[in-house]
Design a protein around this ligand. Structure first.
Ligand code: IPE
Ligand code: IPE
Ligand code: MG
Length: 272
């Protein structure tokens, strides 16, 4: 499935195929209400439910959520423990419903640091939902973009030392990245007002449209997702080309050379 936005120009449409989100601002949401940080994380789980539903309703095929970064272990032990409890609870309670709704669940990250109970729940959930095709929901847990590139390189070196010794190419590495089953994200959303990537999908975000909102994650829902998608639909995705080239390529499609049902129209800022 892996398609590279730096090796070839991908098909694009007004609705992103893959949305990747840094769900930030749970702590501040709670603080504004004089509640413990944990209350914000609890509301954050509800916002995840809303986001999954909104993505299904809009026909988005891949949703990737940053739930816990490799750097989040630096938080107070109590908060880390509560986040693990919440993750375990969600894996226990939410998977059956996701399965009914056709959601395929994947968890990416350095899972070795999680306890065996979480491991087992992840394995079970991935197995149960493996055949689902409505939405692929990926949870990035103990994930770091640098970790991902390094683990891919290590596995490649082990399995194909010849490739590493020669002229290593992007397509050699791609199958080993932890999200090789998904296209690269079209739209990245970060809530919570910060303008940074925080070691999320470093490799995969090469040509992703980056959207930042001040809204705090517990307040995020269908409406704010809609705003992000409207913004996305107004982008001209050039992938290195000029605006004129993008428009020229779009012309034959407008004239009906390509069946509209199978190939979504390309978009430029002028016609958005
Ligand atoms: C994001 O919210 C959730 C996780 C990182 C697990 P935060 O907990 O970072 O919320 P703020 O940034 O402190 O408001
Ligand atoms: C990023 O949020 C990680 C997750 C949302 C899981 P943080 O709140 O930890 O990010 P920084 O450290 O402030 O950049
Ligand atoms: Mg934060």
């Amino acid at each position: 499935m892996h398609k590279s936005s730096t090796l070839a120009v991908p098909e694009t449409a007004d609705i992103p195929q893959h949305v990747a989100v840094i769900m930030d601002g749970n702590g501040r949401w709670a603080k504004h209400r004089h509640l413990p940080r944990f209350a914000g994380h609890q509301r954050g789980v509800e916002a995840v439910r809303a986001a999954v539903k909104a993505c299904i309703d809009r026909g988005i095929e891949y949703l990737t959520l940053f739930a816990f970064s490799s750097e989040n272990w630096r938080r107070p032990a109590e908060e880390v423990a509560l986040l693990m409890e919440l993750f375990t609870g969600a894996l226990t309670k939410e998977v059956a419903k996701m399965h009914r709704n056709g959601v395929r669940l994947r968890v990416v990250g350095d899972l070795g640091r999680f306890d065996s109970r979480i491991w087992a729940l992840i394995t079970e959930a991935e197995k149960l939902t493996a055949g689902n095709e409505v939405l692929t929901l990926t949870i990035a847990a103990n994930y770091g973009g640098r970790w991902d590139i390094l683990q891919a390189l290590s596995r490649l070196a082990k399995e194909r030392p010849d490739a590493v010794a020669g002229n290593l190419s992007e397509s050699d590495l791609a199958p080993y990245l932890s999200m090789s089953y998904a296209p690269e994200p079209d739209l990245f959303i970060r809530t919570g007002g910060e303008h940074r990537i925080s070691n999320f999908l470093l490799w995969q975000l090469a040509y992703t449209e980056l959207y930042f909102t001040d809204a705090l994650w517990p307040d995020f829902g269908a409406e704010l997702l809609g705003e992000a998608i409207i913004w996305y639909a107004g982008r001209e995705r050039r992938f290195g080309r000029t605006s004129e080239q993008v428009e020229a390529e779009q012309q034959p499609r407008k004239d009906g050379a390509v069946a509209g049902a199978t190939a979504p129209p390309r978009r430029t800022r002028a016609n958005a």
